[in-house]
Structures are given as structure tokens and as C-alpha cells.
Design a protein around this ligand. Structure first.
Ligand code: CTP
Length: 415
């Protein structure tokens, strides 16, 4: 982990707000568990699997609900994973896990373990932790957890972190010896299963990014290689992710728009900075056609509903306009009561020779926000291409187990 990444993470780890309804239940729960309520790191910016929990400040309604529960012990649930190229499937897993209890602690597996057990991760541990922390259903994060969930580690979760239940998706999770990784918490009745989100996986996104990288490198793709996205967005899924708060008429609305393709720490950073500028962050997710016209045929990697869901899962985004026009219009500014328009970068975005932000600039509403992490889709694709053989081998292995899952899957109710 580089110093920069560690600093970025620590910046995101906020003290539990004393006395605030939001932090009260969580602070009490974590205090009871003997966990540290501040950056739980070992001096190197890492929260250790055997150490503290990074507490994420959370003023959402779930925490308020917990506080309202009075003296009843909050139910602490734990979910672990790699959360590589964090996507809305991961976010939906965390949403369902949170619904299994009151406080959600997430264990993030370290880079070396992922490399050993699965193949190289696309995003390093610092970024993966940052992305999990940015998810609005997460209350605390433990880094550096083992890939293989041993009985000893599970006991430590129960004893040290006050975990009541371990939660995992309904896809089989096997140890190298072929046994069920969650056999122990299942046996003692402390396991809850949630439904895996169909149609999206890191393997699938990696495959799509590999195709972007290969195309950029001048390769011609076979028609059979171009896989259609299989994700089916329902209105209830959008509602589950949505904020249920409308744009305020008396607050400062900050509007940020863009592709938000392959949601990453650069996007989180800009949304966090936008939030600092006002009371309500409204995110315009551009249409697939606009992104294609601006970035090329292989873009976007994820369709506009998939991109919108990732944005909605972020704690700094209050509301999303799905398929927003790229051009800022008077109608858009007025309808949504926009006070500030935040730009993702300095590049002028021209449509038919006209700057899409011209009106915001003319009205003095336009701000460019500097960001340390400019992870572009092309950049990630290049990184994958640099280790192409390893990623292709990883994907071939994972694609096999994913196909087996889809061949035998049953209907599991969502939480
Ligand atoms: N998960 C899910 N739906 C998906 C992908 C992951 O519900 N489409 C859940 C997994 O079941 C697990 C958690 O998210 O409980 C973390 O998953 P992770 O360890 O990151 O990886 P995988 O299960 O291998 O998923 P992916 O290939 O997408 O990384």
C-alpha cells in the first residue's frame, strides 16, 4: 500500500459522531465489542484482520433506525470478500447483508491472498477498502482478512468484533480441500445467505475490460467474443438502491454528471468533494449513446442502469438522473434547483462544437474539482492488458465456476 492510498483511506475514516443519532447505535455496538471507534490501523494505515474496525460515519436512516431501537443489542453482521472492481452486484450483496441486521462490518481480503487463491486483483487493497467504505450500507471495514475463512478466524469475529451472523451470497464458496468455507457458522446457526446478483461479476467486467484493451491495441474481436450484458434492471432494484428523498427546494444542490463507467475511487472522490460543496449531490448518469459517441464503440463497459446503480450505492450521492442529457440546460438547472455544477475534469466536452457546460459557466455555477485518482476505463484496461496472460487465466478459471453456478442455480429470495 502506498502512502498516498493510506492517506486517502484515513481521510475517509471518520470518527463516530458523538451524540448524533446516526453514530449512537454503532458507537455503542462497537464500544461493547472493544473495537476502536477511530482509524483501526496498525500505524501503517491498514486495518488488520486481527485488529480494529474502521468505522464509517453514517447518517443514513438505517443508523437512525438502530438508534431508535433503544437498549436492544444491535445485531452485528459480517460479510467478507475481495470486492475487486467493486460493482453493483457487490453493493447489492452489502445492501442485503445490512438488512440481515443493524450493523454491517465488512472484511476485505488482502492482495497477496487474492493473488494466491484467485489470481491478481485489478484494484489494490487500498482501493478496494476505499470502495467498500464508500458504500452506503457499510458501517465498518476490517482489512487484511484471510481468503480462507477458518473456524479460528470466525471465532475471533464473534468474540472480538461482536459479530452475530456471517453472511454470504448463495454461490458456493469452497476451501481448497473442497469443503464449504462457511460450514462452521452454518453448523452453529450463525450464518445467513443472501441472493447473489445475477448478470454481473468481476469476471464479467474483467472480460469486458480485456476486450476494450485488446481493441485499443488494434486487435479484431471475433463476433462470438462480444457478450451481451445479461443484467436485467427492475424498478424495485432501482428503488432499493434509491434514496427516497427528493431534490430539496431550500438546500444547495450540487450537480455532477458523467459516464461513471466502471465505478472507481476517482468517482467516489469527486462525489465526496461535491458533497462538501453543498447539501445534496445530484448525479447525472449520461446515456449509453452519449458515452459511446464521446469515448468510442467499446464504451460504456457497463450500461446506464448498471452505472446508475453503482452511483446510487455510494454514500455521497443523494439522487441520480438516469440517462441525463450531457448538455446542461436551463430546464435541468431549474427543475433540480441546481446551485453548483461540478466538473469531473478540465477537458471541454463538446457536442456539435458547443461546450455542454457553457450555460453553467455563463451563470457562474461551474467548478472544476481536483482529484488525486483519475482512474479512467482506458487506464484500467491498459493495466489489465499489461498482465494479460494472468488475467486471462484467472478469468478462464472463474468463468468455469460461474457457468457451473448458473447451470445449477435455484431461486433464492432476496432479503
Ligand atoms: N456477490 C453477489 N453478487 C455478485 C457478485 C458477488 O452477491 N454478482 C457477493 C458474493 O457472494 C460475496 C460478496 O459479494 O458474498 C463478495 O464477493 P467477492 O468475494 O468479491 O467475489 P465473487 O463472489 O467471486 O464475485 P466477483 O467475481 O464478482 O468478484
Amino acid at each position: 500500500m502506498t502512502t498516498v492510498c493510506a492517506a486517502a483511506i484515513d481521510d475517509m475514516v471518520l470518527q463516530v459522531a458523538v451524540g448524533a443519532a446516526a453514530g449512537f447505535a454503532l458507537a455503542r455496538a462497537l464500544a461493547r465489542q472493544g473495537s476502536r471507534a477511530a482509524p483501526g490501523d496498525g500505524g501503517d494505515g491498514k486495518a488488520r484482520g486481527d485488529g480494529g474496525v474502521r468505522v464509517v460515519d453514517d447518517d443514513d436512516k438505517d443508523a437512525a433506525r438502530n438508534a431508535a431501537a433503544g437498549s436492544k443489542k444491535p445485531v452485528v453482521v459480517y460479510m467478507d470478500g475481495c470486492f475487486d472492481c467493486m460493482h453493483y452486484g457487490h453493493a447489492n450483496a452489502l445492501r442485503q447483508a445490512k438488512a440481515c441486521g443493524d450493523v454491517l462490518i465488512v472484511g476485505v481480503v488482502n492482495d497477496a491472498e487474492i493473488k494466491r487463491c484467485k489470481g491478481p486483483p485489478v484494484c489494490d487493497e487500498a482501493e478496494r477498502i476505499e470502495m467498500v467504505q464508500a458504500c452506503k450500507w457499510v458501517d465498518g471495514v476490517i482489512g487484511d482478512v484471510p481468503y480462507e475463512v477458518t473456524d479460528e478466524f470466525t471465532d475471533e469475529l464473534f468474540a472480538k468484533h461482536g459479530v452475530d451472523y456471517v453472511v454470504h451470497g448463495d454461490d458456493p464458496c469452497l476451501l481448497p480441500d473442497g469443503t464449504d468455507a462457511y460450514a462452521y457458522p452454518k453448523r452453529i446457526g450463525r450464518y445467513k445467505e443472501i441472493k447473489r446478483t445475477e448478470g454481473v461479476s468481476t469476471t464479467d467486467i474483467l472480460g469486458r475490460l480485456l476486450r476494450v484493451g485488446r481493441k485499443a491495441a488494434g486487435e479484431t474481436l471475433e463476433a462470438a467474443e462480444v457478450k451481451e450484458a445479461t443484467f436485467c434492471t427492475t424498478s424495485s432494484r432501482i428503488a432499493q438502491f434509491g434514496s427516497r428523498t427528493s431534490v430539496p427546494v431550500d438546500g444547495k444542490v450540487v450537480y455532477v454528471s458523467g459516464a461513471f463507467d466502471v465505478f472507481n475511487r476517482g468517482h467516489v472522490e469527486i462525489l465526496r468533494k461535491a458533497k462538501e460543496l453543498g447539501d445534496f449531490v445530484l448525479v447525472g448518469v449520461h446515456t449509453d449513446a452519449d458515452v459511446r459517441a464521446r469515448c468510442g464503440d467499446e464504451h460504456p463497459v457497463l450500461n446506464e442502469k448498471e452505472r446508475a446503480l453503482s452511483v446510487l450505492s455510494c454514500r455521497y450521492a443523494d439522487e441520480v438522473v438516469i440517462g441525463a442529457p450531457a448538455k446542461i440546460t436551463n430546464d435541468l438547472l431549474t427543475t433540480f434547483n441546481v446551485s453548483i455544477v461540478v466538473a469531473e475534469d478540465e477537458d471541454e466536452y463538446l457536442i456539435d462544437g458547443e461546450d455542454v457546460n457553457a450555460l453553467a459557466k455563463a451563470r457562474g455555477l461551474y467548478r472544476v474539482v481536483e482529484r488525486a485518482h483519475g482512474a479512467s476505463v482506458a487506464g484500467v484496461a491498459q493495466k489489465i492488458m499489461a498482465n494479460r496472460a494472468e488475467f486471462e487465466a484467472r478469468n478462464a478459471r472463474k468463468a468455469k465456476s460461474e457457468s457451473a453456478y448458473y447451470a445449477t442455480k435455484k431461486t433464492v429470495a432476496e432479503t
